[in-house]
Ligand binder design. Structure first.
Ligand code: ITT
Length: 197
């Protein structure tokens, strides 16, 4: 299946391609008039609501274009840190661009509990039928930024199922085997196999 991933984040597309490519699907970004989508994100405490808003915006973007009728994928994700009430959560993108990783490390200074998780909600729209799936990746927040790869909070996120390296120290493929996004996409593909939505 050819899937159009409506996202402004090229890292999300690369990760989806790693996983879905191996399963025989192709994933390409949504480009309308030469531009990536820039979603208006609703003020919501809930990844699902944001993802639902993205799918409805993506549908409007492809209406009356050659892409109308294509399989459309959207995703909303964030970092949820246990000891600070799941902050930054749905505000991850904004917090990353404002206080940044150093701001998060300051908030956790001296904190022994560094448990956290990435969460993702993906929605696939196939000609008006939608499938939704969640994915989680548990981990710990490092004391320092380490590594060059990935994006967002990856330099400080050490996945529990890894070998102690941060996501930024891993290759894209290594991250894709463990990530919340891949877990969510696996769930999505599994649910498509079943006729009930
Ligand atoms: P789109 O909305 O266009 O898809 P975005 O990057 O703005 O792209 P989100 O609104 O879903 O995506 O925000 C997710 C934020 O959560 C992201 O900017 C990071 O700060 C953080 N995040 C989520 N998944 C991550 C990952 O795999 N690695 C690092 N940071 C991640």
């Amino acid at each position: 299946m050819n899937i159009i991933f409506a996202t402004g984040n090229k890292n999300k597309i690369a990760e989806a391609n790693d996983l879905l490519g191996e399963l025989g699907h192709t994933v390409q970004g949504l480009i309308i008039d030469g531009k990536k989508p820039n979603f208006i994100e609703p003020q919501s405490a809930n990844l699902l609501e944001v993802a639902l808003s993205k799918i409805s915006q993506a549908r409007s973007m492809i209406k009356n274009t050659d892409l109308e009728g294509s399989a459309i994928l959207v995703e909303d994700s964030g970092l949820f840190i246990d000891s600070i009430n799941n902050f930054p959560g749905v505000f991850s993108s904004f917090i990353h661009d404002s206080i940044g990783i150093s701001g998060i490390l300051k908030l956790l200074k001296g904190s022994i509990n560094r448990d956290a998780e990435y969460r993702a909600v993906t929605i696939l729209d196939l000609q008006g039928n939608t499938w939704t799936a969640n994915g989680i990746c548990r981990g710990k927040i490092a004391e320092l930024e380490i590594g060059e790869n990935g994006f967002g909070f990856d330099p400080i996120f050490i996945p529990c199922q890894g070998d102690g390296r941060t996501f930024s120290q891993m290759s894209q493929k290594e991250k894709s085997t463990l990530s919340h996004r891949s877990n969510s996409l696996r769930g999505l593909l599994e649910s498509i196999k079943h006729p009930s939505k």
